[in-house]
Design a protein around this ligand. Structure first.
Ligand code: COA
Length: 161
């Protein structure tokens, strides 16, 4: 299977933050942002593997700054590491105050997905080809991140009690 460029997976989504995204304090609910980030990461991975995907893990999801209602949120996602059937996407969020034009980097995270075939079985993904030094380092470090996730995951809920 031929490899594919990181840049070929890149997606960008924009969404105006309205009342349906609010928390009780008048800012945007963290869960609303997490959902959008998951969607953006999934789209990048679908673009890469050209199969449907499911989310398997999320890590290092950080809320750097609050997002206000009325802000235009732009999410960018791209595949950062590919295992065999698993793919990691790095997702970034920027919130723009449309009246002042001020843009704030608010969130980032790594999401991990697995591509599935028509029968629901994990399917192998094309190799990832980094083009920049940042993409190459991030991809190499992705292998370390993935090994750590696997070492920490509890597949059986009984393991945690
Ligand atoms: C994802 C799923 C299909 C994997 O099935 P499985 O039988 O465990 O398959 P495998 O053990 O072969 O794992 C598949 C890949 O997931 C990776 N994986 C499994 N658990 C993981 C974890 N906790 N963190 C990161 N990657 C993980 C494996 O390392 C493997 O990657 P690789 O092929 O690149 O080496 C299954 O766990 C599942 O359906 N989970 C629920 C997904 C879901 O409902 N998501 C929310 C809605 S989208």
């Amino acid at each position: 299977m031929p490899g594919k460029l990181v840049s070929a997976s890149r997606v960008s989504l924009a969404q105006l933050m309205g009342p349906e995204h609010a928390n009780n304090f008048g800012n945007v609910h963290g869960g609303a942002i997490m959902k959008l980030m998951d969607e953006a990461g999934a789209l990048a991975c679908i673009r890469h593997c050209q199969h449907r995907v499911v989310t398997v893990a999320v890590d290092m999801l950080t809320f750097h700054q609050p997002i206000r209602l009325g802000d235009l949120v732009t999410l960018t996602a791209e595949v950062s590491y590919v295992g065999h059937t698993s793919m990691e996407a790095e997702v970034h969020v920027v919130a723009e105050d449309l009246l002042s034009g001020e843009c704030t980097f608010t969130n980032d995270a790594y999401f991990v997905y697995v591509g599935l075939d028509e029968t629901g079985k994990p399917v192998s993904s094309p190799k990832l080809i980094p083009e920049t030094e940042y993409e190459r380092i991030r991809m190499n470090e992705g292998e370390v991140r993935q090994k750590y996730r696997i070492s920490q995951s509890r597949r059986n809920p009984k393991d945690s009690v």
